[in-house]
Design a protein around this ligand. Structure first.
Ligand code: RFL
Ligand code: PHB
Length: 399
């Protein structure tokens, strides 16, 4: 016999999507239970994204977890594109109506959200097993799971599938979904290094040997990436080889890349992926469970937060007045932003990575890059998408 727990919203997954949703709902007095199959330590240490759009910062403020982010986050107003041995600055804020971006690691966002939730004494269970979703076509959907060896059934009004790309929620409605995807023949090797960033702002580097990116996590920590083949093994990249390759790709006259101890390294595959619709019955997918972007546009985390903002608003409306229009329109509203980010990420990825040996590809890339750094209209297109379109932008309005 399993113990039954009752809540309003069952949230599967304690990544940025699930935790932010839980925070927004709690502020509106809506109950939720968050279920996470990993440990707290694992979730808090998993290094991923690091760049927050201004809209994301505002949502995190709204969820009541902005304090440390404002203290430690680093505001950026521009980025650099480097190609053909030259570095060019794109003044993001000047081009995008004063909007900016904030460097603050996903690990820190997740820590802040977990701490706020636990401090408030609200339900968040780590290391749950055997999570499965049931009766999502009914008004009483359920999530079954085991925790510390005991079986539980979570009875709720709505399930939020925030369990990432490898979760169980999307597969539960697989038959109702149309899948759109694209794989890329390369991956990113990323390192976190104990060295102050050599460039204050991010540098996206196009190079004959492949893409490289200079980013950061703090005034003392650099985050650096290299394009590698899709099937590359981490063992093939001792630290010395990583630095050597970075030095070659990012080299610039009169500037040097400082090196430091490698604190963490990993390889991330690149994929574009979307399912439509993002909901079925009482199950709503949000974040990586519904869509993946290659990291070149820095959109993954920001999209996850945008989804749950739409979902939280729809749920708040529904509980307050019985109005289900927001829930009915959830998928369509989210997909507008998702597809914009999919295109932008695909475009940035295709423009900056070495695609193969075809000289035609190379000339097309260089032409786009030259256009971006010489035409304000072209640079504005990049800036507007990079900082993130405002919520009410007409390009994002559902039909
Ligand atoms: P997450 O962060 O994957 O969180 C999902 C959570 O669900 C848990 N889970 C389950 N829980 C209960 N039951 C189950 N059956 C479950 N199955 C899974 C997982 O343990 C996890 O805690 O998804 P979310 O919340 O949608 O957030 C999305 C972002 O994490 C993601 O878009 C970005 O981090 C993508 N991404 C990057 N984006 C960037 O913008 N820049 C980057 O540099 C960058 N690096 C990355 C990344 C994603 C990676 N993944 C997914 C492998 C690097 C990696 C390695
Ligand atoms: C990062 O800092 O991890 C980062 C920044 C920008 C990207 C991708 C990753 O486009």
């Amino acid at each position: 016999m399993s113990a039954t727990i009752r809540t309003q919203v069952a949230i599967v997954g304690a990544g940025p999507a699930g935790l932010t949703l839980a925070g927004l709902l709690a502020r509106a007095g809506i109950e939720s239970v968050v279920l996470e199959n990993r440990s707290r330590e694992y979730v808090e240490q998993r290094i991923r994204a690091g760049l927050l759009e201004q809209g994301t910062v505002e949502v995190l403020d709204g969820a009541g977890v902005g304090e440390r982010m404002h203290r430690e986050g680093i505001v950026h107003h521009g980025l650099h594109l480097q190609f053909a041995g030259e570095r060019h600055r794109i003044p993001l804020s000047d081009l995008a109506a004063g909007r900016n971006i904030v460097i603050y690691g996903q690990t820190e966002v997740v820590k802040d959200l977990i701490q706020a939730r636990l401090q408030a004494g609200l339900p968040l269970r780590f290391e749950v097993d055997d999570v499965s979703v049931h009766e999502i076509d009914s008004e009483r959907p359920r999530v079954r799971f085991t925790h510390e060896g005991a079986p539980f059934e979570l009875e709720c009004d709505v399930i939020a599938g925030c369990d990432g790309f490898h979760g169980v929620c999307r597969p539960a409605i697989e038959k109702q979904l149309q899948v759109f995807s694209r794989d890329y023949p390369f991956a990113w090797l990323g390192i976190l290094a104990a060295v102050p960033p050599s460039s204050e702002e991010l540098v996206y580097v196009h190079h004959d040997r492949g893409f490289a990116l200079l980013s950061l996590r703090s005034p003392e920590r650099s985050r650096l990436y290299l394009q590698v083949p899709a099937d590359e093994r981490l063992e093939a990249w001792p630290d010395e080889r990583i630095w050597e390759e970075l030095q070659r790709r990012v080299a610039l006259d009169g500037w040097t890349l400082a090196e430091g101890a490698v604190l963490e390294k990993g390889i991330t595959g690149m994929r574009s992926f979307v399912v439509e619709p993002m909901a079925h019955g009482r199950l709503f997918l949000a974040g990586d469970s519904a869509h993946i972007v290659p990291p070149t546009g820095a959109k993954g985390l920001n999209l996850a937060v945008a989804d749950v903002t739409v979902l939280a608003d729809a749920l708040i409306d529904w509980y307050a007045s019985g109005n289900a229009a927001g829930l009915a329109g959830y998928s369509e509203t989210c997909l507008r932003r998702v597809w914009r980010a999919e295109h932008f990420s695909y475009w940035m990825t295709s423009m900056l990575h070495r695609l193969g040996d075809d000289p035609f590809d190379l000339q097309i890339q260089l032409s786009q890059l030259r256009y971006l750094v010489s035409s304000e209209a072209a640079a504005r297109t990049l800036a507007e998408n990079y900082v993130g379109l405002p919520v009410n932008h007409s390009a994002l309005a559902p039909r």
